[in-house]
Design a protein around this ligand. Structure first.
Ligand code: NDP
Length: 289
């Protein structure tokens, strides 16, 4: 069996077209959606993510503001900027690119962002709302995964879903969303005793581990839907320098029923959902105006 490829680039292009139309409509009514991005330090991967987010905004007709700070920036300066952006009615989304330098209290920075502008969905209040099924900004990566599952009409109600990884930005919200959609969810992590036992019974397997090619074909139930969230850069071997996921695509594609590639899978969907949250925030602001 060769798995169906769930193309994140194609789905993103379709959704971004719809978002651009919504952004144009809002702009014509006097509310151009606007995302403010804060980048602290010179981490090259973070710089690439920020560049892609800003470019995604531009293409969709969303205004973007970029604020860059050096590695040794004072946390008070960044917090002051966030307060300013919170108070600015023309800004609808605020994103602080993670990770922050070690001398920052990451939690305090995320909590300083107004809940109404927390388009990354990392504020504790948004997380609480999500867990209770209330209206919330959903973290972009797991939200993008849900869109991918929807695009292939994956049956979620009653499905056995296994999520490897329990981070606040991927694993935990992913488990919440799958649970809300009616799946029976198991969350695995580094302390899981027999990982293969769990992965081999999954109808839907989500890998968010951060280890290149960790999930191999023999860990997958034949016909399962495999979602690879991982983004790793290979440091050695013939493919050194190339990106790969947490799933060993070559062996997995012969067993899975459907699979997301890396690159071109979950990655583009994450930015698409950030744009969607920004447009949603602007829509709410326009309704209130
Ligand atoms: P974290 O490092 O925060 O979390 C990794 C998780 O994997 C942890 O819960 C950890 O368990 C678990 N884990 C580690 N080793 C094992 C193991 N041997 N067996 C089972 N579980 C294990 O990573 P993130 O959630 O932030 O990211 C995960 C991956 O997704 C990374 O490759 C990252 O680059 C990528 N990513 C991709 C995005 C995209 O847009 N496509 C967006 C965000 C992330 P424990 O909690 O016990 O330590």
């Amino acid at each position: 069996m060769t798995a169906r490829i769930i193309d994140g680039n194609a789905l993103s292009a379709k959704l971004r077209g719809e978002l651009a139309a919504k952004a144009a409509e809002l702009t014509a009514q006097g509310t151009q959606p606007c995302l403010a991005v804060i980048l602290v330090g010179g981490d090259p991967a973070s710089a690439v993510y920020v560049r892609n987010k800003v470019a995604g905004c531009e293409k969709a007709g969303i205004k973007s503001l970029k604020f860059e700070y050096p590695q040794d920036a004072a946390p008070a300066d960044v917090l002051a900027r966030i307060a300013e952006l919170n108070a600015d009615p023309s800004v609808h989304g605020i994103l602080v690119q993670l990770p922050l330098p070690k001398h920052f209290d990451e939690k305090a920075v995320l909590e300083a962002i107004s809940v109404e502008k927390d388009v990354d969905g990392f504020h504790a209040e948004n997380v609480g709302r999500l867990s209770q099924g209330q209206e919330a900004f959903v973290p972009c990566t797991p939200n993008g995964v849900m869109e991918m599952l929807k695009s292939i009409e994956a049956p979620l109600r009653g499905a056995e879903a296994v999520v490897i990884g329990r981070s606040n930005i991927v694993g935990k919200p992913m488990a919440m969303l799958l649970t809300a959609a009616g799946a029976t969810v198991t969350v695995c992590h580094s302390g899981t005793r027999d990982l293969n036992f769990h992965t081999r019974r999954a109808d839907i397997l989500v890998a968010a581990i951060g280890k290149p090619k960790f999930v191999t074909g023999d860990m997958i139930r034949p016909g399962a839907i495999v979602i690879d969230v991982g983004i790793n850069r290979l440091s050695s071997g013939p493919d050194a320098g190339k990106l790969c996921g947490d799933v060993d695509f070559e062996s997995a594609k012969d067993v899975a029923g459907a699979i997301t590639p890396v690159p071109g899978g979950v990655g583009p969907m994450t930015i698409t959902m950030l744009l969607a949250n920004t447009v949603e925030s602007a829509t709410r602001a326009a309704r209130k105006a």
